[in-house]
Design a binder for this molecule. Structure first.
Ligand code: 5AD
Length: 348
């Protein structure tokens, strides 16, 4: 049995097999991987691509991750915070455009205390009852996760970044721990969130064998959302001279993940579009099924700078939904404005 057939049947491979599939130069096997991933996506999602509105509400961050432009040591980062009123204005605009999921994303900024976050979440949910809220605000206490959930948050994105602890320590200061990160993810899941995790493809010091560890961790966590995208260096970070991640690796990993977790929600992240002009389309064809246009007000958007070359592409801007719609249609996919919650597989 070839590796793709085996992966589709078992939804898992051994570490060596994963590495072989990532490295194979067998064009037939590669084509089969993408064909199978597309078939599984079509079967489970009927080629619907879910729309999520991204609201980047703060660039302040207390962390110092070596790869990220928002790291607190970066004196060149332009810092801003949106007010609650500005966030609600983003939601109003987004709602009118058809968005039914809002992703509140920001640095780890404790100006937004747990209570302030709850107030924002509750206010959005009161005004837009049929919408889902996704939080992407880094690590908080277990109690905070619970408070946010009770206030109405539905989903939580927290990439594990790498499942290898040595690698984790080469990407983060010693105060950060992979164990704490993993614990947060299990806690969030336990609380009832649709949890998202993931990692950067091609981050500095990453080895092919780490991919197998990342995939095994994701398999074990069994998250609702898997968010992987290429690393892109930021000129104001210690990784300024490192090379960006590979499109091919990212696409293979998306396809592998689609076969491992047929029901997962997987964004075709903005970083894919920043890496390659057709990156987003390639991502969708490899098994991704979400797009996340930006609802952040245009005057601050350029300041949210995790990596270089982030300048919004046409389809990145929420205003250009029609363009995105046409792009999806051309590929045989349909932009879908449903809330698009994760629907776990029912065991027969
Ligand atoms: N390139 C790509 N992704 C990055 N992130 C942070 N910095 C970069 C970068 N330079 C990702 C991290 C983080 C998410 C919010 O953004 O994976 O979890």
């Amino acid at each position: 049995m070839d590796l793709v057939t085996k992966l589709a049947a078992n939804r898992m491979l051994t570490s060596d097999e994963f590495q072989n599939l990532m490295l194979t130069e067998d064009a037939t096997l590669r084509a089969k991987l993408f064909r199978f991933a597309q078939q599984v996506t079509a079967l489970n999602f009927h080629n619907k691509v879910y729309l999520r509105g991204l609201i980047e509400f703060t660039t302040h961050c207390q962390r110092d991750c070596f790869y990220c432009g928002l790291r607190c040591s970066n004196k060149h980062a332009e810092r801003y915070r949106l007010t609650k009123e500005q966030i609600l204005e983003c939601c109003k605009e987004g709602y009118a455009l058809g968005f039914r999921t809002f992703i509140l994303q920001g640095g780890e900024d404790h100006f937004f205390t747990d209570n302030v976050m709850c107030d924002i979440i509750y206010s959005i949910k009161t005004l837009y009852k049929d919408c889902a809220i996704t939080l992407s605000i880094g690590e908080r206490s277990l109690n905070a996760y619970k408070m946010f959930y009770d206030a109405g948050a539905n989903r939580y994105l927290l990439r594990h970044e790498t499942a290898d602890s040595l690698h984790y320590s080469r990407l983060h200061p010693p105060s950060d721990s992979l164990e704490t990160r993993k614990e947060s993810l299990y806690n969030l899941k336990e609380l009832g969130y649709q949890v998202g995790t993931g990692f950067m493809v091609g981050s500095p010091y990453q080895l092919t064998e780490y991919f197998a560890d990342d995939l095994a961790f994701i398999k074990k966590l069994n998250p609702a959302i898997v968010d992987i995208a290429p690393f892109i260096p930021n000129k104001d970070t210690p990784f300024r001279h490192q090379s960006p991640g590979s499109l091919e690796d990212t696409l293979r990993l998306l396809a592998i993940l689609r076969l491992m977790l047929p029901h997962a929600l997987m964004p075709a992240a903005a970083t894919l579009a920043a890496l390659h002009p057709n990156g987003r389309q390639h991502g969708i064809l490899a098994g991704a099924n979400e797009v996340t246009p930006n609802l952040t007000p245009a005057n601050v958007r350029r300041k949210y700078f995790l990596y270089n070359n982030q300048a919004s592409t046409q389809e990145e801007k929420a205003e250009n939904l029609r363009f995105l719609n046409a792009q999806m249609k051309n590929m045989g996919y349909e932009l879908c404005i449903d809330r698009g919650d994760y629907v776990p597989e029912t065991t027969p």
